[in-house]
Design a protein around this ligand. Sequence first.
Ligand code: C2E
Ligand code: MG
Ligand code: MG
Ligand code: MG
Length: 278
Amino acid sequence: ELAYGEAARHTERSVVYSAENEPVLVPYELLRDAITGNQLEVYLQPILDLRQHRLTGAEALSRWHDPQLGQVSPDNFIGLAEDTGLISDLTRWNLNASLRHLARARRQVPDMNLSVNLSPRMFAERDIAVQIASALDVWDASPEAVTLEVTENALMEDPALSLRLLTSLRDRGFGISIDDFGSGYSSLAYLKQFPATELKIDRSFVMDMQSDARSVQLVRSMIDLGHHLQMHVVAEGVEDATTLELLTRMGCDRAQGYHIRRPQPAADFVASLEPQNR
Ligand code: C2E
Ligand code: MG
Ligand code: MG
Ligand code: MG
């Protein structure tokens, strides 16, 4: 048995599970061609503002439709993209595709925010902040409307580099979110330094809230921690009404999860928005 990372590094192939749950080795070229050949699609998952009780954001999640493999989950191809250097192309593609939908969404909801996932593997690339910023020019989007998500573990791969890049992105006006918070191994010393505007609590804690009192207490502590560091706090993985109610009462700012809505094709998300005048 090959561990997933091993397979990708040595042969530039990744193990992907087909619709029949059979492991399939996917070569680098297949993913490369999918990125250039329009086989990727942006899904958007709404983010609910718990104070205003309305949708004020959405997270862009990549989907890969392969004729043979069916729909491939990002958990199966982000790693391959990272190990083979395709991740920058993928991210550029995702950013461009989702910004187009943000522009449309903002016609209905003027303060709509877009969250995009960044991989640390692209941090070392030259002018990455400039590249991200110039993608926005094309769609006349302001950095204030975009939140860049980086997982806690990603930040810790090279904390000094992450700090430099995120500071430069924050200086340009982007929101910065620490994704999957609590599941990784960041130290509080670094948390204090990162210029993050948002803390996104990992879904493993949120999904357990309904059945486990200790998870509720942990989430409560993470909400307080984020607020004490002047960050907005988002809970991901909200799967039931009880959890949503608890989060609202505990002062969590925003929520995302299947109970609110599943990720959906970006155009469907935009079409579902009610016009708001504010
Ligand atoms: P993430 O950024 O933490 O995104 C949230 C993931 O949780 C998504 O999985 C979403 O579909 C899933 N999710 C949302 N609500 C619920 C819920 O209530 N219950 C459960 N069980 N899951 C929920 P998805 O779309 O499969 O993406 C997986 C990961 O792949 C993402 O995790 C993100 O780290 C990465 N990813 C996706 N698209 C991109 C991309 O374009 N670029 C990069 N660098 N990473 C991406
Ligand atoms: Mg994310
Ligand atoms: Mg997450
Ligand atoms: Mg995740």
